[in-house]
Design a protein around this ligand. Structure first.
Ligand SMILES: [Zn+2]
Length: 272
């Protein structure tokens, strides 16, 4: 028993915050993102979000931060209100306040707010469609012909654009298996998820939180909004392909004014 306790102390140390703590785990021989996710009951996406690591080659002795309970951080930006942030996590103001011991609605730029996974997605609209909105944002460009914002030539826009602040979490619109996670030409950092006959493309990310081959569920964190690749500002390019051909993604999503609908009590709050 004594030896067991000694080993535990050697392998981890713990930093405690308000209502959560971070385990600093030292990678051992044989560890993978997948085995760690099982060991700590945390999704691989959450581990990748908290750490800048190569998911394919962990190094022995490398320190990995793991939040307990499972959840993600959001750094408050100029102009953010608690309401804005609650929308971006598809959760409620009260959920964020209680997770961070906030007594009132005052927040400040640079503050790091913790949002437990258990509270994310309380307002994912899962009533009327197979897909959910992956980001709470402003629809700035629809599918179809348009003048390209950078090249100023009329061309076909193969998806929709959802503008949202850099760092806004992106949640998988469907379940599926990750086919690509990383640089993808003009799409910048991107994720492609295979779901049945569909391929769903997420472009211009600032951070990718999944790895190729990962099985993900609907609503799971897959990355953060950014402006990588050919892009004029932070937004998500969301594209749906069937047998390699792009198609209008709006068809698969709940209507735009049902981007945020609380599940628990059916309060209709609506989109932006
Ligand atoms: Zn686009």
């Amino acid at each position: 028993m004594k030896k067991f306790i000694f080993i535990i102390i050697l392998l981890v140390n713990i930093v405690i915050f308000g209502n959560y703590y971070i385990v600093n785990y030292y990678v051992q021989s044989g560890d993978t993102i997948y085995t760690l996710s099982k060991k700590f009951s945390v999704s691989p996406s959450i581990i990748l979000d908290w750490n800048d690591i190569d998911p394919y080659s962990l190094k022995i002795g490398q320190v990995i931060k793991i939040p307990q309970p499972e959840g993600i951080l959001y750094e408050v930006k100029q102009g953010d209100t608690l309401y804005d942030i609650s929308l971006r996590f598809f959760t409620t103001i009260d959920a964020i306040k209680s997770a961070n011991n906030l007594k009132n609605n005052y927040i400040y730029v640079g503050q790091k707010l913790f949002v437990p996974t258990s509270k994310i997605g309380l307002a994912f609209n899962v009533y009327d469609k197979d897909f959910i909105w992956p980001v709470f944002g402003r629809l700035t460009s629809t599918y179809g012909m348009r003048e390209h914002p950078i090249y100023h030539k009329v061309s076909f826009h193969t998806g929709i654009d959802l503008a949202a602040p850099e760092g806004t979490p992106i949640f998988s619109a469907t379940k599926g298996v990750v086919e690509l996670a990383g640089p993808y030409g003009g799409y910048g950092l991107a994720v492609i998820v295979r779901y049945g006959k569909y391929e769903i493309v997420y472009g211009h990310l600032s951070k990718v939180c999944v790895y190729k081959g990962q099985t993900i569920s609907e609503g799971e964190l897959i990355g953060r909004v950014g402006s990588t690749g050919v892009s004029t500002g932070p937004h998500l390019h969301f594209e749906v392909r069937i047998n390699g051909n792009h198609t209008n993604p709006i068809v698969f999503l709940p209507s735009y004014n049902r981007m945020y609908v609380l599940k628990s009590d059916n309060i209709y709050v609506g989109g932006e």
